[in-house]
Design a binder for this molecule. Structure first.
Ligand code: DC
Length: 196
């Protein structure tokens, strides 16, 4: 069975948590595409060369989840050649046999417009920054400034900007518990599977 759940939205909105829960519930594979851009961003050197030669070791680095890696990822993600180098891997993953959940910024719009379920998961910048701050610590105002800077760049870039697909279901998780968001998302997937 080929079945893709595309999850897009800004940093720390809950895409990963919801994506992993859907993958677990339905036995689908899960790909966090932000990690690809983070690995390119922290590798250094020419980002286009880095994107074309990404290895398992690059994706296994321990520093990919830091704020600095997020910023570096957002900067290299504006480059069309970097994005192009990562398309085939993401598309193949999304359409693999057995089902896949893929999360990022452009999955429902560019990588897999034919996805069976599309979610756009968002939350206010303040709520997202607070969640990120609970993970990384430090100065919360600085975390909020970084979240805003990254949102701005990811939304306004010319190449595959972050935007909800017209057929995506939007979840604002600002006032939702994780359990509620996961339950709603799983209900959508189940409903779509029953229709097929
Ligand atoms: O999801 P994340 O915070 O790990 O993503 C890091 C950055 O990578 C994000 O700010 C923009 C970029 N990105 C992208 O442009 N397209 C994707 N599909 C995933 C991430």
């Amino acid at each position: 069975m080929i079945f893709t759940v595309a999850i897009d939205g800004p940093a720390a909105a809950g895409k990963g948590t919801i994506g992993r829960a859907i993958a677990r519930e339905f036995g689908f594979a899960h790909l966090d595409t932000g990690l690809l851009y983070r690995a390119v961003g922290v590798k250094g050197g020419d980002p286009v060369v880095a994107a074309r030669s990404l290895s398992e070791a690059d994706l296994a680095r321990g520093d990919l989840r830091t704020l600095a890696a997020g910023q570096a990822a957002s900067r290299v993600a504006v480059l069309p050649e970097v994005r192009a180098a990562l398309v085939a891997y993401q598309r193949t993953f999304a359409r693999r046999e057995g089902g896949a959940v893929v999360d990022g910024r452009d999955i429902g719009t560019v990588i897999c417009p034919e996805a069976e379920v599309k979610l756009f998961v968002t939350a206010s910048a303040e709520v997202r920054a607070h969640r990120r701050w609970l993970e990384v610590g430090g100065d919360e105002a600085k975390v909020l400034a970084e979240v805003r800077e990254r949102d701005e760049r990811d939304r306004n870039r010319a190449a595959s900007p972050m935007v909800a697909a017209i057929d995506a279901v939007t979840f604002d998780t600002s006032d939702m518990t994780i359990a509620d968001a996961v339950e709603r998302a799983c209900a959508l997937v189940r409903g779509r599977m029953e229709d097929m």
